[in-house]
Design a protein around this ligand. Structure first.
Ligand SMILES: O=C[C@H](O)[C@H](O)[C@H](O)COP(=O)(O)O
Length: 266
């Protein structure tokens, strides 16, 4: 069931721009699928892309719609001189097929704009990311952008990060992963934390990130409290590479829901 837009979102107008007919404005039909909502948010974000920009290209089922749309606009000549910096091997492949010229942070250490999805978004635009396994490159690329637009369907909105019972991913080195997982769990005993190594469904083998690392998913029974303190504690642990809390990084949030599209600038 759709949740009403929380009070922290400022509705631009109670309507959506249809991805297929971008000149028309229409009231969103009640029965849009989650993927259609993701596409609407993604297409809205692509309206911020201008010719000549260096773009951080996000990863996941929402970001892929933005990457596809940017490729389409390039092919149509409506965008020119775009350079993309992908946040995963998967996005690299998609962007190459879509005809987007690619680069990296070594060549382009400052980016104009990144567009990416998220697993959770709180009222301060703090995020959980990485349930698809791409958090490290995402954090590096999105941290180098002047503007970072987060695109989500309304199911991703939460009041407190980590209090949903869903995974908070942490990328760790494979060396003695059990030791690191136990240490991570111990850090958050007060929140009833359970740490689980992410594995592949088919084989039970550890999931390996694009960087050759493992992911430990943290599940909390109660709120984490101070997120910056939690972040610092995780990052101080030897064996941890990065975590999926993106604190104070997003500059703009675009949410698509049954009531329409909301845009919130931080
Ligand atoms: O690791 C994956 C990324 O952080 C994604 O951006 C995030 O999981 C959201 O993915 P989706 O748009 O598929 O829900």
């Amino acid at each position: 069931m759709a949740i009403a837009f929380p009070h922290f979102l400022t509705s631009e107008k109670p309507a959506v721009v249809s991805p297929s007919t971008s000149s028309e404005t229409q009231i969103a039909p009640a029965a849009l699928s989650q993927d259609e909502l993701k596409k609407i948010a993604a297409y809205k974000a692509v309206e911020y892309v201008e010719s000549g920009m260096v773009l951080g290209l996000g990863t996941g089922s929402t970001a892929k719609h933005a990457v596809a749309k940017i490729g389409e606009l390039l092919r149509q000549g409506k965008l020119k001189n775009i350079v993309g910096v992908p946040t995963s091997k998967m996005t690299h492949e998609q962007a190459l097929s879509a005809g987007i010229p690619l680069s990296d942070l070594d060549q382009h250490p400052v980016l104009d704009l990144a567009i990416d999805g998220a697993d959770e978004v709180d009222p301060h635009l703090n995020l959980v990311k990485g349930r698809g396994g791409s958090l490290l490159r995402e954090k590096m690329v999105e941290g180098a952008c002047s503007k970072f637009i987060v695109i989500v369907d309304e199911s991703k909105l939460v009041n407190h990060l980590g209090a949903t019972g869903q995974a908070m991913p942490v990328e760790i080195v494979p060396f003695c992963w059990k030791f690191t997982a136990e240490r991570l769990q111990g850090l958050f005993e007060y929140a009833g934390c359970a740490a689980k190594l992410r594995t592949l469904n088919q084989t039970g083998e550890p999931f390996v990130t694009d960087n050759g690392n493992y992911i430990v998913d943290l599940y909390f029974k109660s709120e984490l409290g101070d997120l910056n303190a939690a972040s610092d504690k995780i990052l101080r642990l030897a064996g941890v590479v990065e975590h999926g809390m993106f604190l104070d990084m997003a500059t703009t949030l675009i949410v698509a829901g049954e009531l329409g599209v909301c845009v919130r600038e931080k």
